[in-house]
Design a protein around this ligand. Sequence first.
Ligand SMILES: [Fe+2]
Ligand SMILES: [Fe+2]
Length: 196
Amino acid sequence: MQMQALHIIGEEHQSLAAILHAIRYMLKEVAAGKLQADLKLFQAMVHYLDAYAEKRHHPKEDLLFEYLVRRTGEGADALAALAVQHRAAPERIGALQQALEDYLADTGRFPDFARAFDTYADFYRSHMLLEEEAVLPLVRKYLTPADWTAVDAEFRAEMAANSGADGKAEDFSGLFSRLVNAAPAPIGFGSGPFTG
Ligand SMILES: [Fe+2]
Ligand SMILES: [Fe+2]
């Protein structure tokens, strides 16, 4: 049994956690006057959260969770809560983008952006925790070999259609590497400022 879908979700959680951690670290250093804010890097990271986490990651989870619903009623409360959270993606990322725009227009708004980011990151951490603790173990337990074959194929199709390898969409793993390269040590390789 391949369980490729589960592997992809796990890897995406790790990448998203890394980006959230990087932003939080940079905001703390900027607030302490130890780091010059790299505005382009902040913009690129918020773009990554929007275009990848919110628009690509959750929809794949919705695909995966549908298979679980067909096999068991277990986890129904968690799934209902997650569905509401997935649907609220536009407002959630919109608030963060607005706070970033305000900060870009007026650097005096830095504390508001830092606060908006903390709210976003706190939400995201508990969201991933709920998925990892309440739902993914059930997915592992209840999906049949035929389910895995089907959902793995759906994930492969989604990745192929959006990977950017064919030039049609953004290359998010490439973007992730560039973000990590530009972020300051010890969370990144410190090759910034970010140039795209
Ligand atoms: Fe999710
Ligand atoms: Fe997730």
